[in-house]
Design a protein around this ligand. Structure first.
Ligand SMILES: NC(=O)c1ccc[n+]([C@@H]2O[C@H](COP(=O)([O-])OP(=O)(O)OC[C@H]3O[C@@H](n4cnc5c(N)ncnc54)[C@H](OP(=O)(O)O)[C@@H]3O)[C@@H](O)[C@H]2O)c1
Length: 245
């Protein structure tokens, strides 16, 4: 029997990350779930899956990021897939330049960019031994279009997409690195916020598929990327055509 593959999904106590962790588990993988704060929620989800383990760690802290990867490898003895899904934002209109303080930049880039880097760097030696190592970064349509909840958020997602291309070059042939770039997706992050509700109205009226994405849409795309053995350094939009308008 071939050994079960092991996936580590950051930011998987909620929303898109939770859907990805559940989908990979249903696919027969052992899954390590993570969040920085919502530990009870993460543990509950891990307990509900076939063979899963939760680790609390803030990926923006290098020691915690390293410990998260080590905990996954200690638990299951290998690592095949890293999904960098943990992310943060602050809703700031793009014209409100004064509201974008250095602290806002540091927090958003610290989690979204530096956290993604730290996780990828810590996981790479283990993924390289997998025989089919994969990193999938969850970026956003805001990484390539002048949209998104704030300028620092959009910049952080553009940085993730370029990190994807650079790491695909640096880590091949042992590890494939790709981004999945959703547009507005219904999750706890977006559900009750007036900014995102206004975006949802525009999506329903003015985008080719006329609906907001679901966490399942993104989870299916991650699975598709894992199956696409000849794809690396790519950014896969999961946006109902939102990037076209
Ligand atoms: N929803 C959308 O419309 C949309 C669209 C495009 C891209 N995305 C991206 O998809 C990802 C997930 O978003 P979501 O909508 O599913 O949001 P969500 O439901 O709020 O989930 C965010 C997850 O990330 C965790 N997290 C946040 N900061 C963390 C940190 N420093 N270390 C570890 N975990 C951390 C959160 O847990 P704790 O807060 O408890 O730590 C939670 O598990 C994000 O990267 C987001 O940018 C979302």
């Amino acid at each position: 029997m071939t050994e079960q593959r092991v996936a580590l999904v950051t930011g998987s106590s909620s929303g898109i990350g939770a859907a990805i962790a559940s989908r990979l588990s249903a696919e027969g993988m052992r899954v390590v779930l993570n969040s920085a704060r919502s530990a009870e929620q993460g543990r509950e989800l891990a307990d509900s899956l076939a063979d899963a383990h939760y680790v609390q760690a803030d990926i923006s802290d290098v020691d915690q990021a390293n410990r998260l990867v080590e905990a996954a490898v200690e638990r299951y003895g290998r690592l095949d897939v890293l999904v960098n899904c943990a992310g943060t934002t602050k809703v700031i209109p793009h014209s409100d330049i004064a509201a974008v303080t250095p602290e806002v930049w540091q927090r958003i880039l610290g989690v979204n960019v530096i956290g993604t880097w730290q996780m990828s760097a810590a996981a790479a030696p283990h993924l390289a031994k997998s025989g089919a190592g994969n990193i999938v970064n969850i970026s956003s349509v805001a990484g390539s279009r002048p949209v998104g909840s704030s300028i620092p958020y959009a910049v952080s997602k553009a940085a993730i997409d370029h990190m994807t291309r650079l790491l695909a070059n640096a880590l091949g042939p042992d590890i494939r690195v790709n981004s999945v770039a959703p547009a507005l997706t219904e999750t706890p992050w977006t559900r009750d916020d007036p900014f995102f509700r206004a975006v949802a109205d525009k999506v329903r009226q003015g985008t080719p598929l006329r609906r907001v994405g679901t966490d399942t849409d993104v989870a299916e795309a991650v699975l598709a990327v894992l199956r696409m053995d000849h794809m690396t350094g790519a950014v896969l939009p999961v946006d109902g055509g939102a990037r076209l308008v």
